[in-house]
Design a protein around this ligand. Structure first.
Ligand code: NI
Length: 190
């Protein structure tokens, strides 16, 4: 089932998230719905707060981006889509890179964000097996963006004060419900 995506201004995008303690049919359904919602919105990542939930959980699917990956990255890519439960970033590389990001909760707005190029992440998959992965490039970027959502952080929070000032009016309009997308939205005002 495709779920509506909460838009910038919705309080749930800033709320504290809770660790997932137990597996359940409801959790598995939520993961399935989040993957379907991400695919329906042509996104490559989606975090629980974006569908109005507070579980520490996000889903990722880089399959549409395979051609943008280096051959060795493609070979090392875990099976997609992925669900990451209770993720923790346990290490960040020293080198930072700039990369243009967007967010399904902030339609039509993209900007360059500087983040570590490499990270190591520990998480549980949907069977609750624990994994630890060191990743770089696009996968590291998506993991960090989605992880931020679980901390109530949006990519625009990483921009310079100057860039944020330029976007301020558009964001205010968005938070007032003046926004459209080609996928179902839960507007802040509803
Ligand atoms: Ni996002």
């Amino acid at each position: 089932m495709i779920l509506p995506i909460y838009v910038y201004g919705a309080p749930v995008l800033r709320e504290e998230t809770q660790p997932v303690e137990t597996n359940s049919e409801e959790l598995q359904t939520l993961i399935d719905n989040m993957i379907e919602t991400m695919h329906g919105a042509a996104g490559i990542g989606l975090a629980a707060p974006q569908v109005g939930r507070t579980e520490r959980l996000f889903v990722v699917d880089l399959s549409p981006m395979l051609e943008d990956l280096e051959p060795e990255e493609r070979a090392a890519l875990p099976e997609q889509p992925m669900a990451l439960i209770n993720p923790e970033i346990v290490w960040e590389g020293e080198e930072d890179v700039a990369f243009e990001e967007g967010c399904l909760s902030i339609p039509d707005l993209r900007d360059e964000v500087i983040r570590p190029e490499q990270i190591r992440i520990r998480y549980q998959d949907r069977q609750f097996n624990t994994h630890e992965l060191t990743v770089g490039s696009l996968l590291a970027r998506v993991f960090q963006h989605e992880y931020d959502h679980l901390e109530g952080i949006l990519f625009i929070d990483h921009l310079s004060a100057f860039r944020r000032r330029l976007l301020k009016r558009r964001l205010r309009e968005m938070a007032q419900g003046n926004v459209e997308a080609e996928y179902p939205l839960a507007l802040p005002t509803t």
